[in-house]
Design a protein around this ligand. Structure first.
Ligand SMILES: Cc1cc2nc3c(=O)[nH]c(=O)nc-3n(C[C@H](O)[C@H](O)[C@H](O)COP(=O)(O)OP(=O)(O)OC[C@H]3O[C@@H](n4cnc5c(N)ncnc54)[C@H](O)[C@@H]3O)c2cc1C
Length: 470
């Protein structure tokens, strides 16, 4: 596969266009190389593809102004949160303007009685939880990066808590969105449920900046659980760990988090986070509920893991120990990178029905064992979701080609098991080729019709997500 920068196809910028933007945004407009470089890369393995300029917006009205200006002149416009996406989402394939929403970082309302919060799209998940700290409530969706809520909506993000609390799909009530031609719409309201018309909220969730620009997000909140406890358990092999998870889910334990790390991921985490975890396949658990409920869940889980050969079930009762463990898990990606300093990482993410998880992980590990480069497997396995982090020599075309071949096999395996090519990272550029295999030509054609209706001039993050049909 060519690196995408080999086929960046920039659209021409009409004369006077940049000057108008500069006049409107003054010092919040930049065409400096360093700023464009920062906004033309993400955490994907691709080399950067730069936008022509970046604007730093502060209000919905400013976003609407930019959208209208770009639409009138057919100039691409790419929404930008914090750039933590992993599949080439923010690369400026056709050049254009990157709209940085990180300055839209106001918490607009916390409705404790209704368990909702409304925030501007640039608010990050950690800053929202910081603002909720004294309310007794929390927002559970926790991708490993401190992503913006707008970006999380756009990628339909999830994380370690999704097994209990769901993903962005289940936790967004309404959105304020700027359309491609600069209109401002509200997709729904704060009612817990509604049967009023098409569900625009869920059309925008997961649309990766290709249908509209989210400027405000209203999310569900949850009460802080009365009791929380966490535990780790080691296993002799990967199969025993995954089998335990399947049984835990199938007997209906309302577990809050269950995360898998293979031995290589544990080794990397020990080194990076200064821990002394036993370096074999491991499950990390968290239980939420009443004091007795948590104890009951934990006992049941302990029995199941023991029956599957689990060893050394260890508790982390103190909040600081729990927080250390989960921070280490969230840093597993950065820890993995240190297994091969200076490497280029390619991370992939599939999700299968829980009944097929063991088979899928096992076949993937066998396949990956043939690779000529190091790798780790980690996963939000309670959802049937796991990731492979492949650590490639940055200069080696041969390793890149090999990783793409392994990735294709993994994705096809997941799709053949009635799963998906992406559980949470999204499509961007890297997963576009799998959309047809997953959805079929008729569904892709319908998605193209939707794109045409929402963005007739194809200015919003063009060239992403939808493969061309023959
Ligand atoms: C170490 C690490 C761990 C991660 N772990 C997880 C994980 O566990 N679960 C998970 O789901 N993801 C994970 N991710 C991926 C990433 O954090 C998510 O994709 C995140 O949701 C992207 O948010 P962002 O603010 O960085 O968006 P960006 O990367 O800036 O943008 C992502 C996409 O959303 C669009 N976009 C951004 N803001 C808006 C907006 N306001 N309106 C419309 N479109 C917009 C962009 O155009 C782009 O297509 C991880 C990433 C890293 C680096």
């Amino acid at each position: 596969m060519n690196a995408p920068s080999d086929f960046q196809r920039k659209r021409p910028i009409p004369s006077g266009f940049m000057e108008a933007l500069q006049q409107k945004f003054q010092e919040r407009f930049s065409s400096a190389m360093a700023v464009r470089e920062h906004h033309g890369r993400d955490e994907s393995p691709f080399p950067p593809m730069l936008p022509d300029a970046v604007v730093f917006v502060q209000s919905t009205e400013e976003v609407a102004w930019v959208a209208k200006h770009c639409n009138d002149h057919h100039v691409p416009l790419i929404p930008y949160g914090v750039g933590s996406s992993l599949e080439g989402h923010v690369l400026a394939l056709e050049g254009g303007i990157s709209v940085d929403l990180s300055g839209m970082n106001q918490i607009l309302a916390i409705n404790s009685e209704d368990f909702t919060a409304t925030v501007q799209a640039g608010v990050t998940r950690l800053s929202l939880n910081e603002a909720l700290r004294d309310t007794g409530l929390f927002f559970p969706i926790d991708p490993g990066a401190d992503a913006s809520l707008g970006g999380m909506v756009a990628t339909r993000a999830s994380g370690t808590n999704a097994v209990r609390y769901g993903t962005m799909r289940e936790n967004v009530l309404t959105l304020k969105v700027v359309t491609a031609d600069g209109r401002i719409i509200e997709t729904a309201n704060r009612a817990k449920k509604s049967s009023a018309g098409y569900d625009l909220t869920r059309i925008f969730i997961g649309s990766e900046g290709t249908l509209g620009i989210v400027t405000e997000v209203t999310v569900r909140l949850y009460p802080q659980p009365e009791a929380i406890s966490a535990a780790i358990c080691n296993f002799p092999d990967l199969q025993a760990a995954v089998r335990s998870v399947i049984e835990i889910i199938q007997v209906g334990v309302p577990i809050a988090r269950v995360e898998f790390m293979d031995a290589a991921a544990v080794r990397a985490t020990n080194a990076y986070s200064n821990l002394q975890l036993k370096e074999s396949p491991l499950l990390l658990f968290e239980f939420h509920g009443s004091t007795s409920g948590v104890q009951e869940q934990a006992e049941l889980v302990q029995d199941i893991t023991r029956d599957n050969g689990g060893m050394d079930f260890e508790w982390a009762e103190r909040p600081e120990d729990r927080s250390r463990l989960w921070t280490a898990r969230h840093n597993a990606y950065f820890a993995g990178l240190q297994l091969r300093p200076g490497c280029r990482a390619s991370t992939t993410d599939v999700c299968v029905p829980i009944s097929r998880l063991a088979e899928c992980v096992e076949e993937t590990a066998k396949d990956m064992d043939q690779a000529s480069f190091p790798y780790t497997i980690v996963g939000h396995v309670g959802d049937g979701n796991f990731h492979v982090l492949m650590l490639l020599d940055a200069e080696s075309q041969q390793e890149w080609a090999e990783s793409e071949r392994l990735n294709r096999r993994l994705v096809q395996r997941a799709i053949d098991m009635d799963g998906t090519c992406s559980g949470e990272h999204g499509i961007g550029l890297h997963k576009m080729e799998f959309m047809l295999a997953e959805h079929g030509a008729d569904a892709i054609a319908l998605m193209h019709s939707l794109k045409q209706a929402f963005d007739p001039n194809n200015i919003l993050n063009p060239g992403k997500m939808l493969p061309q049909l023959a």
